[in-house]
Design a protein around this ligand. Sequence first.
Ligand code: SME
Length: 164
Amino acid sequence: MYDFRPETDLPAAERYRQLYQAADALTQDESDAIANMANCTALIWEFLPDLNWAGFYRVVGSGANSQLVLGPFIGRPACIRIEMGKGVCGTSAASAETQLVEDVHKFPGHIPCDAASSSELVVPVIRDGKVIAVIDCDSPLPARFTAEDATGLEALAELLSKRI
Ligand code: SME
């Protein structure tokens, strides 16, 4: 049994350090991308408070035909396919840049999957210069995510870039 439950009230940097260590331990000897995304979704859910959705969208197809397709997640059922450049996820995938959105209602083209979501953080997973997936976290709290969250999830994305 894996028991990676974090202590409560950890400073964000320590929380992300432990999340990274747990993700590294769980994925280092496993080559199956779905298993690794599923376990990392569970870790994100356990380590990060105040989320209502966490998971992956994968880039499927190539060039003009590429799209984001829903991957392993925890939360309410979500939209399955997102065009590159659309919504918060598609913007992150198309630009290869993290999107930290304090108020999703003010983000042009935000795609609402759960009406409870108020803020969102999307981080691209980049392998050999190409975005292969994004990690998406939603929160019911306004402005839930900070630059520390972005840095922490970017480190996780870097770790996973060769493991998913
Ligand atoms: N809000 C996202 C869509 C995915 S859900 O949040 C799970 C977006 O605008 O891309």
